[in-house]
Design a protein around this ligand. Sequence first.
Ligand SMILES: Cc1ncc(COP(=O)(O)O)c(C=O)c1O
Length: 438
Amino acid sequence: MTTVLDDVHALDGISRRLADRDRRFVARPTTRIPLAVRSGEGAHLIDEDGRRVLDLTSGWNVANAGWNHPRIVAAVVEQAKELAFAPPWCTHDARSRVAERLSGMLSTASGVDGEFKALSGATGSEAVEAALKVARRATGRQATVGFTEAYHGGTLGALQAGGVPQVQGVDVPTSQFHRHAPIPDMLRANGRDYAALVREALLSGPPPAAILLEPAFTNPGVIHGDREFYQAVQAAAREAGALLIIDEVGTGFGRMGHTFGFEHWGLQPDIVVVAKALTSGAVPMAGALMRSELADAVSGPGFSSTFGWVPLACAAATASLDVLEDEQLALRARHLGELALERLRPLVDAHSSIAAVRGIGLELGIEFTDESGDPLPRPPMETLTRRLLQRGIFAEPSAYTSTLLLMPPLVIDEAEWLGALDTIAEQIGEMAEAGEFA
Ligand SMILES: Cc1ncc(COP(=O)(O)O)c(C=O)c1O
């Protein structure tokens, strides 16, 4: 199958050979652009042929501190010389320190009195499932409420709790215990009261152990409600006796202009799931961070993780959290995000194919629709991605809506960011004029 790659970065050189081998030997779930990446530096990725692109994906919200931040690299190298892995039942200094630090960060962010305990894992999916298991044990209930189109990971339990329709009843068995409310997609509201629909999902059927919520639903296209919506969801969860699990895998660690995305909505979560940017991608690491009293539920073989919070990962997390604080990355994200919205919002009036420019901090999207307000088919979005790549900018579309996602490393240089936004606006203008979004 021909992919976008064919006429962009794999036309020649080492990238071409790598792409051919990749296609032959690697089972890939999508035909997204597999840049033949060799190295990274700040907000740039460099391919095997030395081509440098400005990355607006952060590897989907992983490289918040930028690619190969020297402080994180140094910490990992030092730790690797000492001890990379430790038996998970043994303690080590960095593990309890990171847990203590995250507990403090969460108490401050949520205003919750009391401490949080960390359940360790290596991937976001694993930590989402850990959170769900804790909620089930703690409440003695089995049901969960999630959101249609929300993605919380590719493992069975995470897929069931999330609501990507294509996999329900196919890759995962349907179950009366997993209910889904619609995401608060304001463009397609048609008078629907999204908060009321969430309340209904929480209060009808078997009582739920938890609701799984994102401060902004990244994968569907950076879709989020307003403060009223999030507060209503929290109130309905309390009324239903369900725990509030916030998935911060994509939104955590400065992305939305706060340490955690939920701060934007003033929420008080029971469990917070973190992964991705916790180490800025240097080493896999994830956690389900729960209010201390819930940790009684954590016992037995269902909760162990061999590669959870190994010394190498904890060193990376420590350095990454240092960078987040010292370089005030959340503040940067807020500032650069406001500049971007100002610059991009005129696109909505300028082009009939652009339905919305939205987001918070550096969690942004430009949504394209056809004349009926439906998402565009894949080809024009892929053309946009390809043309941007030819101009040195790497940005990708979302799944459920045709939204160009703009989620750069939070260290991106301000002038480069604004320049990239102008290039994007120019490219959209050229394609709109040529009728390529029609
Ligand atoms: C919001 C959200 N939750 C969970 C996950 C799963 O994380 P992982 O791929 O590390 O398992 C993802 C991955 O993209 C995600 O975006």
